[in-house]
Design a protein around this ligand. Structure first.
Ligand code: SF4
Ligand code: SF4
Length: 166
């Protein structure tokens, strides 16, 4: 294999590696920065159906769509789920656009993913992220979450026009 071909393959590592085989750096870079997994959701105890809200975790920066205390987050938010390859395959609520879910399903990343576009802003420009569309859970009563149910986090990532928009 030529050096050029190796370089192309290395740059598109998500196409050739399993989640289990990613380095720590590759794993972290795979996150598209959408912030969708940091929203609260409501589960119907009888049906198991999930309803997403626009109520964000207290640590989410609603504009940057990043965790404010990523390294120490579980000290503040003990129920923050640490993603692992096993967790990605078993968590039914991961957004369909989530890069980890796409790779686990053997699918390619969308054009707006920064590893494809080369620009971390495209996930926001494409309307995939939760940028400026959330409210914080801080100070909010649980019974008020029902007033914040939204449907965009769970919609089909292929969308009506098939380009990954929601
Ligand atoms: S949904 Fe997936 S890609 Fe988006 S922020 Fe969460 S882990 Fe990252
Ligand atoms: S602690 Fe951080 S990573 Fe976990 S849900 Fe909250 S904002 Fe997201």
């Amino acid at each position: 294999m030529s050096d050029d071909l190796k370089a192309v393959e290395a740059a598109s590592y998500w196409k050739t590696k399993r989640l289990e085989d990613l380095s720590a750096s590759e794993w972290e870079r795979l996150c598209d920065g959408c912030g969708r997994c940091c929203l609260n959701k409501l589960e119907d105890w009888e049906t198991g159906e999930i309803a997403w809200t626009n109520v964000a975790c207290q640590l989410l920066d609603g504009h940057a769509c990043r965790c404010r205390q990523y390294e120490t987050r579980q000290a503040v938010v003990p129920d923050c789920v640490a993603l692992t390859p096993t967790a990605v395959r078993s968590l039914g609520w991961l957004p369909p656009s989530c890069a980890y879910r796409l790779v686990a399903e053997g699918r390619d990343l969308y054009w707006w993913h920064h590893l494809v576009s080369g620009d971390p802003e495209t996930v926001h420009q494409a309307g995939i992220s939760v940028r400026d569309r959330t409210v914080s859970e801080a100070g909010m009563e649980l019974e008020d979450y029902e007033d914040h149910v939204v449907d965009w986090p769970g919609e089909d990532p292929d969308g009506e026009d098939g380009d990954g928009r929601f």
